[in-house]
Design a protein around this ligand. Structure first.
Ligand code: AKB
Length: 315
């Protein structure tokens, strides 16, 4: 069957790289990207549409035009920005998802991908090796909207048979496109500042451990999940997934192996600290390993080396 893959919210950190990987796999003409603005460097050969996921009328026309077989919905407001605009974050993250799920049902889409986040966990969730199923009491609007979205995805699968698949992404580290308004963004900013100025003031404390994943692993994991037979998937809310967990202090130590004079300072009154304090330190992802063979390839040393090697010629 000829695939017609639509990505909504394709200009962001994950969308940029997922779109490239999907184009390599399925061919340029089979992947239609869309966002609320045109990408900075647009290629006329690449199909792209301006789409606001909250504009039901134009979303409907978009589905009518392309009749997608697969939809990736990446448009979202992340944790730190969400705390500044809670109503908009809820609207985009929840109503945007509902719009896409309803149209996917109406147009008989075969598979939908929607990312959740480690932000679905909260202050009473177990902090270490947080299991797939546990207490979930997120207290950021982003986490609340992602937890609601997970329940909605499971509901659409159970009630209507829609094949929705999801991963609870941890912090994603990459060098090609900038991250947008998250709490884990420090783990990207640190490399830029280390290479430019040899010093970084971190908005999280040195001992704040968070689960992280290198972009190549995130993209590969997403494609493997989307290729898995539906019968293998036991989780229809969202899969726990992780690569590595580390603190800013551990990351600084690793960076010093490449840049020995690198200095890290800590700004401890940033509101993002309160968000990070409610999130897991590490994640248990055996369901993803068992159901579709998940195994990360990049550890802290690999990520550091990749980031420094690639960024040093690109900033
Ligand atoms: C954020 O920090 O908000 C995101 C996430 C962990 O979902 N990177």
């Amino acid at each position: 069957m000829e695939e017609r893959i639509v990505i909504i919210g394709s200009n962001g950190q994950i969308g940029t790289e997922l779109a490239a990987a999907l184009r390599t796999k399925f061919g340029i003409k089979h992947v239609i990207t869309s966002d609320i603005r045109a990408p900075q460097a647009s290629n006329p050969d690449v199909p792209f549409e301006i789409i606001d996921v909250l504009d039901r009328k134009s979303l409907h026309l978009f589905f009518t035009k392309y009749r997608p077989t697969q939809v990736y919905l990446l448009a979202a407001m992340l944790s730190a920005t969400g705390e500044k605009h809670p109503r908009q974050a809820w609207d985009l993250n929840v109503n945007g998802l509902l719009n896409v799920l309803d149209l996917s049902l109406e147009y008989g889409v075969n598979k939908v991908f929607w990312p959740s986040s480690i932000a679905v966990f909260g202050p009473h969730s177990p902090k270490v090796n947080t299991p797939q199923y546990s207490v979930m009491d997120p207290n950021t609007v982003y986490g609340i909207s992602k937890l609601a979205g997970e329940r909605i995805c499971e509901y659409y699968h159970g009630r209507y048979g829609l094949d929705v698949r999801s991963i609870r992404y941890p912090g994603i580290i990459s060098w090609k496109a900038a991250p947008g308004g998250g709490t884990t963004d420090y783990a990207i900013h640190i490399f830029h500042e280390a290479l430019k100025n040899n010093i970084y003031t971190c908005f999280l404390s040195g001992d704040t451990a968070l689960p992280m994943l290198y972009m190549d692993d995130a993209v590969r994991g997403t494609l493997v999940l989307m290729d898995a037979p539906a019968s293998a998937l036991s989780v229809r809310s969202s899969y726990n997934l992780t690569g590595v967990s580390f603190t800013p202090a551990m990351l600084a130590t690793e960076i010093r192996k490449h840049l020995p004079d690198f200095i890290i300072n800590y700004e401890t009154h940033d509101p993002r600290q309160a968000i990070a304090d409610t999130w897991p330190n590490s994640i248990e992802d055996s369901a993803a390993r068992q159901d579709w063979g998940w195994k990360p390839r990049f550890d802290l040393a690999d990520i550091t080396e990749e980031m420094i090697t690639n960024l040093k010629d690109n900033i």
